[in-house]
Design a protein around this ligand. Structure first.
Ligand code: UDP
Length: 359
């Protein structure tokens, strides 16, 4: 049996490693990984294959730096060609990027069996670029794997899916598996437990000059009290330049996953607007302030593990930081499974694909 896995952006590459390892453990199943090229810099893509012992993709479509429509259109076209030549039994989709959406459309049109990992994630805000990708990819998939119970509820409410499972989160698998290999970044000067880890890259924040200015004014202010370490996403770096925003923070280039785990584990707290990083902060028991009014991982908010900023302003972020910095995060919750999500996902997917072959 052949599984055709589609990746494109940094978080998908990280998740794909743990999935590929699970596929390798099943006899008679081969994987073809296709990278659409959405993220292409060494520190946004290649470093993860090297560090995490992930087999490099068989194909890289090189589709970066295009508008959404052009990117998705070309991805559909190119993925269809690869699917036709590889003839997989299963197409595996991860998350909610443009690559996920393009893979779903290409595979559905070829009537291939589709499994979607991290299904059922909803913000109920259509202005968030990923929301359309989630809705369409879920609708086109044959089996849906949810990272949390809330996603199951969201899918049940929509009432149109037959095969929905709580698998646990492959990000938790990855954090547990790679944690013992974490490495301190070579280019930072910081004492363990004495720094704040910050990330910022979300389009809603970076594409709005005023918001980005407010965010960096707040981070600068916080940095006067406690050192902030910020691996800077290329989009944010470009926007800071475009809007001529200066900062006194120690920004560094994006780090590899093993360095990111070290920063998470040794930080005092995390400030971010990332989709995935709040979960990782929770895995490491760190207080987390999210520079968004809402997040998809609602259990983190309702159980007081993560705090949100309702309206982005310098004052709100600084006040939020003060309120959260000394918080203790309960270790009693287990929202995301036991670290074996990938094995469950692959076993179930192979079972369904076999049933389909035998029909
Ligand atoms: N990450 C990383 N290096 C960095 C910043 C993030 O390895 O410099 C990892 C992070 O630990 C998480 C993933 O990238 O596993 C999240 O990616 P990102 O925040 O870019 O995307 P989102 O989760 O918002 O889709």
């Amino acid at each position: 049996m052949k599984i055709f896995t589609i990746i494109g952006a940094r978080p998908q590459i990280i998740k794909s490693g743990i999935i590929s390892h699970a596929i390798d453990r099943v006899d008679g199943v081969e994987e073809v990984v296709v990278h659409t090229g959405q993220h292409f810099d060494d520190n946004m893509s290649d470093v993860f294959f090297r560090q995490m012992n992930i087999k490099p993709p068989k194909y890289n479509l090189g589709l970066d730096s295009l508008s959404h429509g052009a990117m998705i259109g070309r991805m559909i076209e190119q993925l269809e060609i690869k699917m036709q030549s590889e003839q997989p039994e299963v197409v595996l989709l991860i998350g909610d990027t443009n690559s996920t959406l393009a893979g779903a459309i290409a595979a559905r049109k070829l009537d291939l069996f589709i499994a979607h990992i991290e299904a059922g994630v909803r913000s109920y805000n259509k202005l968030i670029p990923e929301e359309a990708n989630r809705l369409i990819s879920d609708h086109l998939s044959d089996v849906l794997f949810c990272s949390n119970r809330d996603a199951i509820d969201c899918l049940n409410k929509e009432g149109v899916y037959n095969h929905v499972y709580f698998s646990g989160d492959v990000m938790k698998d990855a954090a547990m598996y790679y944690r013992s290999m974490s490495q301190s970044p070579s280019n930072i000067v910081a004492e363990k437990g004495q720094f704040v880890l910050a990330t910022c890259h979300r389009a809603e924040n970076t594409n709005d000059a005023d918001k980005l200015r407010q965010i960096f004014a707040a981070l600068d202010e916080i940095n006067n009290h406690v050192k902030i370490i910020m691996p800077l996403h290329p989009r944010t770096r470009n926007k800071l330049k475009e809007y001529q925003i200066k900062t006194n923070i120690d920004t560094i280039e994006p780090v590899g996953y093993l360095q990111m785990l070290w920063l998470l584990e040794n930080s005092k707290m995390v400030i971010t607007d990332s989709g995935g990083v709040p979960k990782e902060a929770f895995f490491f028991g760190k207080p987390c302030l999210v520079m968004r009014p809402k997040i998809e991982w609602t259990e983190l908010v309702t159980h007081h593990c993560t705090d949100l900023i309702d309206y982005i302003s310098t004052d709100n972020i600084v006040q939020g930081y003060k309120a959260v910095k000394d918080k203790t995060i309960s270790k009693d919750h287990n929202f995301y499974g036991d670290g074996n999500a990938a094995d469950f996902i692959i076993a179930k997917t192979v079972e369904y694909a076999n049933q389909r072959l035998n029909q």
